[in-house]
Design a protein around this ligand. Structure first.
Ligand code: SF4
Length: 256
């Protein structure tokens, strides 16, 4: 049986997305402390780790953590905004990864800029996709996109663009005012369920990607066991985050 956890290993990020609902202002643990958590995760029989943040690739020692996890037989999935994913970094870490999930919401960098992605986000994602395609690396490529007011009319272009690549799955999130920044920006970004459904319908009829997956706020409820940057084990229940332990000391078996 597969046992999955999602490890938000740092709250730091090098982008500033307006819809971001990551936890904020938690200090990173040391490399040795993260190795202790990883040992605990492996002992608990976890088969899959989704490494995320913040931007997981910012964390000191993350490449070694991915290798150590891979050596323990764990399937690693990483979610990244791609900003630090140079070709050299891809060459180094792709072999430890089952999948790389790239976040992109539009091929229009004015829209990406308005969402807080910074400059040239589309160009960077395109470079990464082209590089992995050229190298024929055996790593699944997944895409995450958030649908909100700013990009709701740009999914035709994004769908056409992604059709040029061998993408394993595309997860379409409805904007979710779960916590932190996303709550502050709810007014300017929120969309109706029917508008979201129309986007999903369009994508499903026009995309070559076989696995199109959707996520709305209710899906986040108890769906994931999260480990935060300080080791806290958290589940989300009725819109509230509830700490249920700490992975530095507690076995994860109780929660999986
Ligand atoms: S959504 Fe992701 S890339 Fe954007 S600020 Fe949040 S953690 Fe960073």
């Amino acid at each position: 049986m597969e046992k999955e956890i999602c490890w938000n290993i740092t709250t730091r990020c090098n982008q500033n997305c307006k819809y971001c609902h990551r936890f904020l202002n938690i200090l990173d643990l040391s490399y040795d402390e993260n190795i202790n958590i990883l040992n605990n995760i492996a002992k608990s029989g976890v088969t899959n780790i989704t490494w995320t943040g913040g931007e997981a690739l910012l964390l000191n020692g993350i490449d070694n953590l991915l290798k150590t996890s891979y050596d323990k037989g764990i399937k690693n999935k990483i979610i990244t905004n791609g900003k630090l994913l140079t070709s050299e970094r891809i060459d180094k870490i792709y072999k430890y990864l089952d999948s790389i999930t790239l976040s992109i919401d539009s091929i229009n960098d004015d829209i990406n800029g308005s969402l807080g992605r910074g400059e040239n986000h589309f160009k960077k994602i395109k470079e990464i996709l082209d590089y992995i395609k050229k190298k024929e690396y055996a790593v699944k490529v997944r895409i995450n996109s958030v649908v909100c007011k700013n990009n709701i009319n740009s999914f035709c272009d994004l769908t056409n663009f992604l059709n040029n690549y061998d993408i394993y799955s595309w997860r379409i999130f409805k904007f979710m005012p779960l916590r932190e920044k996303a709550v502050i920006n709810k007014e300017s970004l929120d969309i109706s369920s029917s508008d979201y459904d129309d986007v999903v319908k369009y994508i499903k009829s026009n995309s070559n990607i076989k696995n199109i997956d959707t996520r709305v706020e209710e899906d986040m409820e108890k769906k994931y066991v999260l480990i935060l940057a300080n080791g806290d084990i958290v589940i989300t229940n009725k819109g509230n985050d509830k700490k249920i332990g700490n992975a530095l000391n507690d076995s994860l078996n109780l929660y999986l």
